[in-house]
Design a protein. Structure first.
Length: 224
């Protein structure tokens, strides 16, 4: 099996396992929908207020939903011995970690990208703002998954890691949140968003090149 087939096999296996646990799969998405839907009820009904706060609220909800889905990313594989087999296999462990992270994004990040424009209607975002929201989430959520995978790898050997995981990765996720919300806000005001988009793209490329290696090293430490 060559590397591309190995990568595809990891992604397919993760998707098949996730689809058998619909409850775990749906919880972060339901959290995102509930948080984004309840904020307009608690805030002022004025269109201007909702339009100004909408990008930040939607991005914060997406970040928290991503965190909620990370708790058991690698723990099950460590407990049942799957991760040890991947470590001992002739294939690169960072590639396996990347495959698991891609599957995580397909199951959690991509649905957020699809749902966000629908929820943006409740915040009266203009058409340009909705497009910018979708584009920034498409660039930003993979980075959130990669950062979350690195944090999950560091805490994989520790029980009850929800608070510790959030403490580790939230500071690293804040730039993605700020650039994404800022770009959406600028687009809603009719201004250029090239700068924040370039920064989100640079963060994604940097994360893709470094974080799978860091996650693999953290997994090896957790298994020792």
């Amino acid at each position: 099996m060559n590397l591309s087939r190995f990568f595809i096999a990891i992604v397919r296996q993760e998707l098949q396992v996730a689809f058998k646990r619909w409850g775990d799969l749906a919880s972060p998405l339901m959290f995102f929908v509930l948080v984004a839907s309840l904020f307009p009820l608690a805030l002022s009904p004025k269109h201007e207020v909702l339009r100004n706060l909408g990008p930040a609220v939607l991005w914060i909800a997406a970040l928290l939903a991503t965190l909620l889905s990370l708790n058991a990313l690698f723990r099950t594989d460590i407990e049942d011995g799957t991760m040890e087999q991947l470590v001992l296999s002739p294939y690169p462990l960072p590639l396996a970690i990347l495959g698991k992270t891609v599957a995580h994004w397909l199951l959690n990040g991509l649905p957020l990208v699809v749902l966000a424009p629908v929820l943006a209607v409740t915040y009266y975002l203009p058409e340009d703002g909705v497009r910018a929201l979708s584009l920034t989430l498409l660039l930003g959520t993979p980075t959130l998954s990669l950062l979350g995978a690195a944090g999950a790898a560091l805490t994989a050997g520790v029980r009850q890691t929800g608070g510790l995981l959030a403490l580790l990765v939230l500071p690293l996720m804040l730039p993605v949140l700020m650039f994404g919300a800022r770009a959406t806000d600028l687009a809603g005001a009719g201004e250029q968003i090239t700068g924040p988009l370039y920064l989100l793209g640079a963060l994604l490329l940097l994360s893709l090149s470094l974080l799978p290696l860091a996650s693999a090293a953290a997994i090896r430490i957790s298994l020792d």
